[in-house]
Structures are given as C-alpha cells and as structure tokens.
Write a protein that binds this ligand. Structure first.
Ligand code: ADP
Ligand code: ZN
Length: 523
C-alpha cells in the first residue's frame, strides 16, 4: 500500500507540476498530511513549501482552505494552479459580489480543490456560514509566523484561526508553514494553533554560498558604502537601511557616483515602487536601496550582495534580508556596517515602545548585538538561532577567515556554570552576570544571592566579558535558554558533565568595532 501511494505521488508530481523528484522533506510532509495529521513545516524561502499542501489538496477529497496574508501572493498561486488545470480560487473583499457568488457556487459544487483566503475573510460571519457547508480536507496556514508577535509581520487576525477551526469548521487537520521560525516563534505557532501534536519538519537554514561579514561603520559611512559597492566583483545588490529619508539620500548619492541605484520604501507611491522593483529585476539598476519593505515575495536569483548600512532589529530580520542574496546558489556577499552607536540609537528608540513590545524588542536587539560582537563563526551563530547545530567553522565568514584571539576558557566556563547551578537555573543572563561580578541589587538581595559562594567570583573581568562567555556556553551547548520561562539559563547535560569533570576548552574573544586609526594606535 505505501508503495502504491509513493508511485501515485510521483505520477501526480510529474503530471501536474512537471517535476521528476521531490525536494528534501516534501515527500514525507505530503504523506504526513495525507494521513490526516497536523503538520508543521519549517522551510526557508524558495524551499518549495507550496507544493507541500497543493499536492495533497489535489489528491484528497474535499476542499483545502489556504490561509495567506497577502492578496498578491494568493493571486499568483491561484493563477499558477489554474494554468495547470487545477481548480483553485480566492476569496477576499476586493472581489465583486458576482465573482464572490460564483466562487462560492463552485466550492459548494465540490469542484474547487483549494480556496485561498486572508485571515480576515475567514473571520466574517457570512463566509463562515458558507464554509461550514463545504466538505473540508484540511486548513493550511501559510506564513504561519504571522501568528507570533516575535515575528516581524505580526497579524493579530492569525490568532483567531484556531477558534474558527475548532468552533466553526470542525476539527480538520491543520498544516502550518513558515520560513521564519526561531524556537520562540515555533512555540507561538504550535500553541496558538493548538497543534502541539503536529509532526514537525524542519529543513536546514544553512545557505553555504553566502559569505557573512561585519565591518566597523566609519564616520563617513556613505563614502565607505560607495567604495564597498565599487569593490564588488559584480554590481547587483541590495542596500538595506532603517529610514526612508536615508534610502532617498543614499540612492541619490550612489547615482551621483555612477552607481545606478533606485530607492524603495513604503513612503513611495505604489506605482513608483513597482516600477523601481521591475527595473531592478530587468537590470536597469544595479543597486536597490531599501527599507525592510523591499523583498517580501521577491525572488531575484542573481543578487550578488546585500549590504546592511544599518544594524537590523533582529537576527531573524537579518537572516531574511541577507537571504535575498544568491538565490541561484552562486557565491554572494552579505556585509553589515556596524557602529556601536547604532545599537545605542535603537535601544533608545525601543524605550518609547509600549510594554510587552519593548521587552521583546530588547531581547531581539541584544541577540543581534551578541551576533555582531561574538567571534564565533557567523554561520554557526545564525543556525544556532534557528535551533540547528553546525560544525565550528564554515570558513566562509569573517570570523572564520580572520579569527579573533582564542583563550583557555575552562575556569571562566566553570564560574558561569556554577552561578547557574547555585541559582537553580531560575535566572536570566543579566542576573547571572550580576551574581558573578558581585554586583548587588534589590533582586539579588531578595533572593539572598549575595551569600552564594559564587557571588563576586568573577569581579576581575568586566560585564561584556561574562556576557561573551555565557553566549559561548550557550552556543557550545553547556547552557540552554528556557524560552518559556523568561529566557532563564539552565545547565544542559553537557554542562552538568563539565561540572563533574572539568576539561580544557577554548573560547574566542569578541570583535572590537572601532575606527581604523585607533586600531593602529593600540597595535
Ligand atoms: P516557498 O513557498 O518555500 O518560498 P515555493 O513553493 O514558492 O517556495 O517554491 C519555490 C520554487 O521551487 C518554485 O519555483 C517551485 O515551482 C519550485 N519547486 C518546488 N518544488 C519543486 C520540486 N520538487 N522540484 C523542482 N522545483 C520545485
Ligand atoms: Zn564561519
């Protein structure tokens, strides 16, 4: 029987989509869905998520509801499916009543295999009343990270999906798909959709062809940028910055310096944006200077470099933005310019955010800073962030090519692990650092941590040193952060074993970002 299913799958894959083989997890995912199980798919952009629900939707009886946040993306998919002879439709408020009625008719006649809807559409009474009459195969939640306010495109309506599914549509299997799942976002998705029993398929997020580097952002950063762009062997790239004003100014400046550049940000007229984007795709421009607004759903294969002129607000955003380079798998460069003042500026901006959001932004920003500062292989760090382990050196990042100084770390590691153990694994990084350094504060006193043997044992080193040791203890799996309990640090098995029997271990010093001149002076 399973063999028959496999043959059938390959036959449909070829006949409908024209492909000979499945990619990585696709086959296993589709089989899981066909068994009626809840399924969680975490796959980088371009990995082939759509096929994972389209094929089982076609093969199963009934209608699959596909929830997607963007009308443009829905329309693309529906057009493609229709051109392949598949009955797919979309439902949204921009359609005329006539078209809506026709679409509903088709669905109820049982012909439609896939109905694409925005989450708002799903929440409407009359749509629900209609969907209740249809026989459903499953609900696919595309871009499922929109459910989490740890993600960057949070959509509150996504939080209502579970309620609608349970209360209104009957318990049909749910398939959640995303390209942006850090462990925190993953947890939000599983909890909010109430699919903790889902089979999870996580593909690797490694992009071996991307080279990662971070450089000190000089005072005359715009000149530095021009020079950097001119140094690139092939000029086809994206420059990301934080403000619209800066986008406009930099684009103008690049043009003055013989680099054909176009601006892109949400403040531009929609038709100007489309025009600039298309001209870039057709290579009339070499560079697009953009705020984060650029890139959603963009799939230009031969972007050779992505430069971050400003520090991104989270590692996740950084990964997604750098991910727009080298879609064709050819070597490409991801370069960030960093000045410690950027961090201070973003930190200040954070202070004006509402409670809740402010704390989250702070955690994300600290993680971003940790990545920038750390001397550990960038790839290892990025993949760690997505819950993936990676060998120690990729040899395709600045930290691997030009390592910072290493040092024997066993004593320091022991201090950190002792501090975590003596505080019962109930405290987060800030608190542990205070304990190690022997800095008392009301929180320390209320727990009487100033009386612990470890209190003040690390007072010879500064705070950033200890943060660096903790980061490396995490990344090398001596510690883990409990994302369900306020980011508290806890010992892993490896950490416990280390405390029982210490052994030699090397860590690396942090990167220092300062002007080249003063570098020279200190050398
Ligand atoms: P995602 O939604 O994960 O970003 P898509 O579903 O848009 O990715 O797929 C990315 C590209 O890969 C599309 O052009 C798609 O046609 C192609 N693709 C998907 N699965 C396969 C496959 N098994 N063989 C070849 N191409 C595939
Ligand atoms: Zn590396």
């Amino acid at each position: 029987m399973p063999e028959k299913l496999t043959t059938e799958l390959y036959k449909e894959l070829k006949e409908i989509f024209g492909y000979d083989n499945f990619r990585e997890d696709q086959e296993a995912i589709i089989k899981n869905i066909l068994q009626g199980k809840n399924t969680f798919v975490i796959m980088p952009t371009g990995g082939g998520k759509s096929l994972c629900y389209q094929l089982p939707a076609i093969m199963q009886e009934g209608l699959a509801i596909i929830i997607s946040p963007l009308i443009a993306l829905m329309k693309d998919q529906v057009d493609q499916l229709q051109s392949r002879g598949i009955k797919a439709a979309l439902l949204n408020s921009t359609l005329s009543q006539k078209v809506i009625n026709e679409t509903k008719q088709e669905v109820l006649s049982g012909n439609t295999k896939m109905l694409y809807v925005a989450p708002e559409t799903l929440n409407k009474e009359d749509n629900l009343a209609f969907l209740k009459q249809a026989k459903l195969s499953f609900i696919a939640v595309d871009e499922a990270h929109c459910i989490s306010d740890w993600g960057h495109d949070f959509r509150p309506e996504y939080r209502n999906i579970r309620y609608v599914a349970n209360q209104q549509l009957g318990r049909v299997p749910i398939i959640a798909l995303t390209a942006t799942a850090t462990p925190r976002v993953q947890l939000d998705i599983l909890n909010n959709l109430d699919i903790n029993d889902a089979t999870t398929f996580q593909s690797s997020f490694n992009r071996p062809n991307l080279y990662y580097e971070i450089r000190y952002k000089e005072e005359q950063a715009n000149k530095q940028l021009i020079k950097l762009i001119k140094e690139q062997p092939q000029i086809m790239g994206i420059v990301y910055c934080q403000s619209r004003k800066q986008v406009d100014e930099l684009a103008a400046l690049l043009n003055l310096n013989d680099i054909k550049a176009a601006p892109y940000h949400a403040g531009l007229d929609a038709n100007v944006r489309v025009k600039n984007q298309e001209a870039f795709l057709q290579k009339q421009y070499n560079v697009i200077v953009a705020t984060i607004a650029f890139g959603m759903g963009i799939d230009t294969p031969d972007v050779r470099f992505v430069i971050h002129y400003d520090m991104p607000k989270s590692l996740e955003a950084y990964y997604q933005e750098t991910g727009r380079a080298g879609r064709d798998s050819l070597p490409s460069t991801c370069l960030m310019l960093y000045n410690p003042e950027d961090f201070i500026r973003l930190e200040r901006l954070n202070k004006s955010k509402p409670n809740g959001e402010r704390e989250k932004s702070k955690v994300l920003l600290e993680e971003m800073k940790g990545y920038i500062t750390s001397g550990v292989c960038r790839r290892k760090q990025l993949l760690y962030y997505f819950g993936e382990s990676f060998a120690d050196h990729c040899n395709n990042c600045d930290n691997c090519k030009k390592p910072t100084e290493g040092y024997a770390a066993q004593e320091y590691l022991q201090i950190v692990l002792d501090a975590v153990q003596q505080t019962q694994g109930l405290f987060e990084t800030d608190h542990i650092v205070s304990v190690i350094q022997g800095v008392s504060n009301p929180n320390i006193e209320s727990h009487q941590h100033q009386q612990l043997p470890i209190f003040g044992q690390g007072n010879k080193q500064n705070e950033s040193f200890w943060r660096s040791v903790i980061r490396q203890a995490l990344i090398h799996d001596y510690l883990t952060k409990d994302i369900q309990k306020n980011e508290t640090l806890q010992l892993t098995k490896k950490g416990q074993d280390f405390l029982k029997k210490k052994y030699e271990i090397n860590f690396v010093k942090d990167n220092i970002y300062e002007p080249i001149e003063s570098n020279k002076k200190t050398m």
